[in-house]
Design a protein around this ligand. Structure first.
Ligand code: URA
Length: 227
């Protein structure tokens, strides 16, 4: 959802200042109704907008998957570090895509981007149960007691309680972890709460999507149904 004046200025109709006057003068309609306020928010991918009776092209909704390398921060702008936006081709950056959730600077793997705010919200909402699966190399080795603790809802060292999660030991110092929420540093903190410091972390899956053959640093379009 975006403000009407922002949608129209991004579509190149006029400046935000001029647009305010045009909207107040009744020259803009949204979904067949004359718009009253520049601040009103609409879904820029579905709203039917006209200015002086001429239709404004809708922004194409797009969903992208990046195979994020370590060393990039999940941010649109950073004074010190390289950001994941640098890995997104210009043609998609122009469509105003943003990361859906985040991966830590040192975490590799699947990171989604979209310009559809509602889609981003539903991917991130724990209620929608979009499970994310990580491969971790870590100190120590996961035990049955750790698996049980993950399943029953771990309490982190700062007291935060997590939703039920899956821990699958893969071998000595290696595990797969699946969670359906996205707290800050969640997997690293969950593992640390059981005495297993994470040394390497990669997100392999998000809902029905996996990295497949996508090369490190590569980007491809995916459809929301695949999630
Ligand atoms: N959990 C973490 O701790 N780090 C990530 O990057 C993603 C999930």
């Amino acid at each position: 959802m975006q403000r009407l004046d922002k949608i129209l200025s991004e579509a190149g109709v006029a400046s935000r200042k001029d647009l305010r006057g045009m909207i107040r003068a009744g020259r803009v309609t949204v979904n067949g109704v004359t718009a009253k306020s520049p601040e009103e928010k609409y879904d820029e991918t579905t709203a039917e907008i006209t200015v002086d009776g001429v239709s404004i092209r809708k922004k194409t909704a797009v969903l992208l998957m990046l195979h994020k390398p370590a060393g990039f921060v999940t941010s649109t702008d950073d004074p010190r570090d390289r950001t994941v936006m640098e890995l997104i081709p210009e043609e998609y950056r122009k469509l105003d895509v943003k990361p859906v959730g985040r991966l830590d600077k040192e975490t590799e793997g699947l990171l989604l981007f979209t310009n559809d705010g509602d889609l981003a919200h539903s991917i991130l909402s724990p209620k929608k149960e979009v499970w994310k699966t990580y491969y971790a190399r870590h100190e120590g080795t996961a035990t049955d007691a750790d698996v049980e603790a993950f399943a029953s809802g771990l309490q982190l060292r700062d007291g935060t309680v997590c939703l039920s999660a899956k821990l699958e030991p893969v071998g000595p110092g290696e595990s797969r972890i699946s969670v359906c929420e996205g707290k800050y540093h969640q997997v690293r903190r969950m593992m640390a709460s059981r005495g297993m410091t994470v040394l390497y972390l990669k997100r392999e899956r998000e809902g029905g999507l996996s990295l497949g053959e996508l090369a490190l640093g590569g980007v491809c379009e995916v459809s929301p149904e695949q999630i």
